[in-house]
Design a protein. Structure first.
Length: 317
């Protein structure tokens, strides 16, 4: 089967082509243009930029594939999370494009959430798609990005591929927001994750914020406050960057320990978790863990294409 996936998230336009016979995913993605010094976009601007960028990316995907796109089905993210009331206008751009393509080609269009896409992309890149097979045990997953610091329980589901239940989250600032705000303090360009990591590896500091959880949930506003104080105190920029990432790792480690039981597998997905410094700390946990490769950690349509493939295969039986 050949599947086309589309994702128009808050900061990235992306599309992906998944061939189930070869198991190969091709993807094209492009960040939305955020003005220098700013930490985000208005939703109206995001919709505008997605509408401009998506045709270019799909054309590029077809060129890389070596011909026209004739998918058996289309998948698209239409909400941030798989829960009632979850909504962001930016996903309307992808939904409209996918609906038009599916109607014109008379093929199915499978709608899902951006969060589902992150989980499936991570499982695909970690060669762990067996985790969603029928009768596979439930597993824990982290979705950590600019808008989320979510710990969820994922149970294979015959209808929706995965049944997702919230377990814990951040009570205030999200991990990706903290990374970007600290990066902007240090003069880095938004989104700041990769540049902050390059800065942090210049420091060997082990310092991090004190971690306190409430019913398994974390609070990260203190991280921003502490980094602001460090800037005022003229602490070297690499040490501030390292403190930020050390703190994120410490928080995620504590949340994992609070939720995981013996034998539980844990998946780490989302743009923040592409950071190797954070990954290195989480890999020390005495648990079965899986991580997305960098190209499948940040926002992407690969998991949406995988979702469409699984839904389409269900319909064959």
């Amino acid at each position: 089967m050949k599947l086309l996936g589309i994702d128009t998230s808050n900061y990235t336009t992306s599309c992906a082509w998944y061939d189930t016979e070869t198991g190969i995913v091709l993807q094209k993605k492009k960040l939305l243009p955020v003005p220098e010094g700013q930490a985000g976009l208005r939703q109206s601007d995001a919709v505008f930029h997605h509408t401009r960028q998506l045709p270019e990316l799909i054309a590029g995907l077809a060129a890389e594939k070596g011909g026209g796109l004739h998918p058996d089905a289309v998948g698209v993210s239409v909400t941030p999370r798989p829960e009632e009331g979850s909504y962001m206008p930016c996903f309307l751009a992808g939904k409209a494009a996918a609906s038009i393509l599916a109607s014109a080609a008379e093929i199915p269009c499978y709608e899902t959430s951006h969060q589902m896409g992150h989980i499936l992309a991570a499982l695909y890149s970690a060669d762990c798609l067996s985790w969603i097979d029928a009768n596979a045990p439930a597993f824990l997953a982290f979705h950590v990005s600019g808008g989320t610091t979510d710990l969820i329980r994922c149970t294979p589901d015959p209808d929706e591929i995965l049944h997702i239940e919230p377990v814990a989250s951040s009570l205030d600032l999200k991990a990706g927001q903290a990374v970007d705000r600290v990066g902007l303090m240090l003069g880095l360009k938004f989104p700041c994750g990769p540049a902050l990591e390059k800065l942090a590896v210049q420091s060997s500091s082990k310092a991090h914020m004190q971690v306190k959880l409430k019913n398994g949930c974390c609070s990260l506003s203190g991280l921003q406050n502490q980094c602001e104080k460090m800037v005022r105190d003229n602490v070297p920029a690499p040490d501030i960057a390292r403190y930020c990432l050390n703190s994120a790792a410490a928080v995620l480690t504590a949340m994992t320990k609070a939720a995981a039981e013996k034998g539980t597998a844990v998946l780490y997905a989302g743009g923040v978790l592409s950071d190797r410094l954070i990954q290195d700390e989480l890999r020390k946990l005495p648990l079965r863990t899986a991580f997305a490769e960098p190209a499948f950690s940040s926002d992407n349509a690969a998991g949406i294409a995988v979702y469409a493939a699984r839904r389409a295969m269900q319909c064959q039986y």
